[in-house]
Design a protein around this ligand. Structure first.
Ligand code: FAD
Ligand code: NAD
Length: 367
């Protein structure tokens, strides 16, 4: 049953159809919206259950059926961006004629607000785990063949594990396996691997369990979530990134996108807050990038520095922000992104407001 929507929304309600050959089942979704891309199409097909979710602004359209017969794990997703059409091509296991596509599941053929669509998880395998600092590791997970999913810039996923008999869920922000130093093209993700940089807390419930995962073990990974929009970076002249600790993670893809795709960009400055110098994530890579791209600058600020630290000391403050953030020219188009512990982010937003930056000029990464 379709959810009741206002007239304008109803006109835009997507529809779907399906057809078959001896070998293939093709499900076609007509979204009636332009500007579709691979990040907006999330498809899972496992154990005869097909789930295709299309993100349409703040809405989500879902096709969800228990297929009539078995299909193979891998499938093809074709997206006709200009006409807003999505094709999911499934391979039949047995070459028989299907009478129906399958049994519709509860949320099948619904268009609802994205926030009302429950999270969907699929099992991913841990492929590798490498040290970044004394307490932080880079985890690489592999999506199953039966999933089509890409995590957009600024969005996070939820990981789910059963710990001592209880389901525990925590958000993490996918990034790139390294900071690319070549700015010609944005780093191309393969659509298979998801990289997460995670700090292991000695008393942390979830991170301790994560640290005990062995290569080849499974973990449940959700669909992406988050409200950052690429359009916030378009036509930007100055980009300031205020990151504290692992609050650095959303900055990685953003940095890469800004330096490769935003032509009018003059300056990008990362102001990176940490406790000690050995807590700084990817320090060497950041310094290399600053050497290579003159638009990029990085400044490290330590709250618990050793005596020999020659850089800046302290925590986020109004004085520090006004000193460290200089526009490339008066009235430049600017965006300030902030991410870190909640008090850091909240204080930072308040200081920025006090310094005269508008709401549109700030973005906080939060759950
Ligand atoms: P808990 O069992 O919740 O806490 C145990 C102890 O660990 C605490 O007493 C404290 O000493 C310490 N601790 C736990 N959480 C924090 C904290 N937030 N700040 C300071 N000390 C803490 N983390 C990453 O490492 N990488 C990411 O990419 C990442 N992305 C995130 C994205 C979003 C949207 C949000 C909201 C959080 C993100 N986090 C990220 C944090 C992550 O979700 C967990 O909060 C974190 O891994 C701690 O979980 P835990 O169960 O191990 O700790
Ligand atoms: P940390 O404890 O090592 O602190 C790093 C720096 O943050 C400190 O040096 C200090 O400058 C600043 N800071 C810490 N507490 C502060 C406070 N109360 N007030 C002002 N400044 C403070 O940081 P961590 O352990 O790496 O934690 C990173 C945080 O970032 C976590 O809370 C995590 O949940 C959050 N995070 C959020 C997102 C997101 O929302 N998208 C993504 C990644 C990480």
């Amino acid at each position: 049953e379709r959810k009741v929507l206002g007239a304008s929304a109803r006109d835009k309600t997507p529809s779907y159809d399906w057809f078959q050959t001896d070998d293939l089942i093709t499900v076609v979704i007509y979204t009636k919206q332009k500007g579709l891309n691979a990040e907006l199409v999330i498809v899972d097909c496992q154990h005869k259950r097909l789930r295709g979710e299309i993100i349409l602004d703040d809405h989500s359209y879902l096709v969800e059926v228990d297929l009539d017969h078995e299909v193979q794990d891998d499938f093809v997703v074709n997206i006709a961006e200009k006409v807003g059409k999505v094709e999911i091509i499934l391979k039949k296991k047995d070459h028989i004629q299907w009478k129906v596509l399958g049994l519709p599941l509860e949320s099948h053929n619904t268009l609802i607000r994205r926030t009302e669509r429950g999270l969907f998880y699929r099992k991913c395998k841990l492929v590798s785990k490498t040290e970044v600092t004394h307490d932080t590791k880079l985890f690489c997970f592999m999506l199953p063949k039966s999933t089509h999913l890409q995590v957009p810039i600024g969005q996070h996923v939820y990981l789910k594990q059963i710990i001592a008999g209880t389901e525990v869920v925590k958000p993490y922000t996918p990034l790139l396996p390294f900071l690319p130093l070549d700015f010609k093209e944005p780093f191309c993700q393969d659509g298979v691997h998801i990289y997460l940089m995670i700090k292991i807390y000695s008393c942390g419930l979830f991170t301790q369990a994560l640290d005990h995962l062995q290569i080849g073990d499974d973990i449940s990974v959700s669909n992406p979530e988050g409200n950052f929009k690429k359009s916030q970076v378009e036509a930007l002249e100055d980009l300031f990134l205020l990151a504290a600790g692992t609050g650095f993670t959303p900055m990685v893809k953003l940095l890469n996108f800004a330096l490769t795709k935003v032509d009018c960009l003059r300056t990008v400055k990362l102001i990176f807050f940490n406790k000690k110098d050995d807590d700084i994530l990817w320090r060497n890579q950041l310094e290399q990038l600053a050497l290579k791209d003159e638009r990029f600058e990085v400044q490290f600020i330590l709250s618990e520095p050793a005596e020999d630290w020659v850089g800046k000391r302290g925590k986020i403050s109004s004085a520090l922000l006004s000193e460290c953030m200089k526009r490339s020219k008066k009235d430049s188009k600017v965006l300030i992104c902030i991410c870190g512990p909640t008090p850091f982010t909240q204080q930072g937003l308040q200081y920025l407001k006090d310094l005269g930056y508008s709401q549109e000029e700030m973005h906080a990464f939060t759950a």
